[in-house]
Design a protein around this ligand. Structure first.
Ligand SMILES: [Zn+2]
Length: 211
């Protein structure tokens, strides 16, 4: 059911990747990084690629360290999610815990700066690897969610869609004793919950109802 599939293989940090990290480390990257300021000033039609580093200041953890290396276990693959009921139980239990904070994340200065660039007619297209929709929340409109989005859930059985917040209600209704659990936030709305997930109930496809 996740509308996103994360890449499995590590790729080397590219130039944009490095620039993104620099931008996140400062409160006002354009003013404090002359090279970036010159680049923005010298190109009227910008194509912007953003990743997890853009949202860390909004409280959303990322997957890699400052050198681009994975600093945690890799996200579940779509193959495992589709092939194993236990994987789906673990995914949704952790997601239920993680969503409580992920769903309330707010845009930060980097999101707002990029939205302003678009409003100024400078940003032609923003391609993001993030699934948090914070660019849109900041006001950007020409955004492609490369890895999907977490604010909507699509049933793989019947294709029906539902707001993630509404799906959260279903998860809680079916698993009331789990709501008291908590764990450290992890990337993509995940949480580092580790325990026996065999009793967690994943909502079933119910085409007659709005599944
Ligand atoms: Zn369904």
């Amino acid at each position: 059911m996740p509308s996103t599939q994360r890449p499995y293989e590590r790729s080397a940090p590219d130039r944009h990747h490095i620039w993104r990290r620099r931008a996140v480390r400062t409160r006002c990257a354009v003013m404090q990084h002359p090279a970036l300021e010159d680049f923005v000033a010298g190109h009227q039609r910008l194509f912007v690629l953003t990743g997890a580093g853009c949202s860390t200041n909004s409280g959303i953890p990322d997957y890699r360290d400052s050198d681009g290396n994975w600093k945690r276990t890799r996200p579940v693959t779509i193959q495992a999610f589709l092939g194993e009921a236990a994987t789906r139980q673990r995914y949704w239990a952790r997601s239920m815990v993680g969503w409580r904070r992920f769903g309330r994340a707010m845009p930060n200065g980097a999101h707002r700066a990029l939205a302003k660039l678009e409003q100024q007619g400078r940003c032609e297209l923003l391609l993001t690897q993030n699934v948090d929709r914070l660019h849109q929340a900041a006001g950007s409109q020409r955004v492609i969610d490369l890895h999907g989005r977490l604010d909507v859930v699509r049933c793989l059985g019947c294709g029906a869609t539902m707001p993630r917040e509404q799906f959260q209600g279903e998860l809680v209704r079916l698993n009331p004793t789990w709501i008291a659990l908590d764990a450290t936030d992890a990337p993509d709305g995940d949480a580092d919950l580790e325990q026996d997930f065999s009793s967690f109930v994943v909502p079933a496809c119910e085409p007659a109802a709005a599944c």
